[in-house]
Design a protein around this ligand. Sequence first.
Ligand code: BGC
Length: 390
Amino acid sequence: MSKKNLFYTLVAILLIGAYALSACAPAAAPAVEEPAAPAAEEPAAEEPMAEEKLGVGIVLPTKDEPRWIQDETRFRDALDAAGYDVEILFSQGDSSLEKSNVEALIAKGVQVIIICPHDSAAAAAAAESARAAGVKVVSYDRLITDTDAVDYYVTFDSIAVGAAQAQYLVDKATGTGNPLYLYAGAATDNNAFLFFEGAWNVLQPKIADGTFVIKNSSEAIALQDNPTLTRDDLGKIIGQVTTDWLFDVAKTKAESHLTVATAADKGDVFILAPNDGTSRAIADAFAADTDVTSYVISGQDAEQASVQYIIDGKQSMTVLKDVRTLVADAISAAIAYLEGGEPPVTNTYNNGVIDVPAKPSAVVSVDKDNVVEAIFDSGYWDPADFTGLE
Ligand code: BGC
């Protein structure tokens, strides 16, 4: 079925759902049924208007990071094109607001909730409220952990994200003794573990053979002979080099690492930065240090500001996770559930309680050499919004 047809199917199903109200018949109903005309004396307010009835609700973690604004925009673009109304709520980094957002959507009668959790474990309570109300839960980008109340996980291959970041550093390094600075995402985000695990798998042999020397993490140094890390090991390193996914935390942490490092720990440095926001913050700190002669730094998300940093030579690479794909997968999953079916499964992710069915999408490593093809030719961003492009 074409995307357009999928959307029309969604619209039809939602209209059926809206008119059928609490009639729980699966969406296989062959035609839209007009609701019975209310008796004259019946107050109209008792019967919600069709457009008040939502089939799908979306809860995103914060408006304060461009990554999630991207997702909001791309969800709206995809759903507006179908003339379909959707409610998107933000949790502003607060698990209790996230839970009340989920409860508000349940009260509005949604049948599917797409949640990107702020805190993977804390979101279990929100997912359980949805499950108790018979609402399907799609975990979006970040896995909700510690509960069986997750029906599906749409995601990118997060191990591959970390591996791509690390591979870039490895490919740019020559000789031995290259200073390596490690940073990670928030310990409350399951993805931070996957990204770091993927990076470690690639970096560790290059630490073991002397190509890199870790400069900013005693925990990572203590574990540097281990080709694979346990969840506890990862937790120790992440606990030390976390950015909490925050620009200011990343900048302050990088500055304090540079303050304690000697000139010999600097020179031509290599930096594992977990995403674009933190990469720009860390890059700014390293660029301001006169003992740093050059730096290679990773990122992820292909945020507009980081694509500009790459064009300007201030950030080395990003990992493009095409949010259009994730949005399309999430909408397809919602449609499948609304139709009484199941979305496609290619993998499972263990969330501590169950193996959650999932369909991870591929990622693309982007630097100055392929930015035009990967970002502009693909229509991901409009080149008119950037400067310095030939
Ligand atoms: C997402 C990244 C994002 C990070 C910070 C992760 O879970 O996968 O794309 O940069 O959270 O919001």
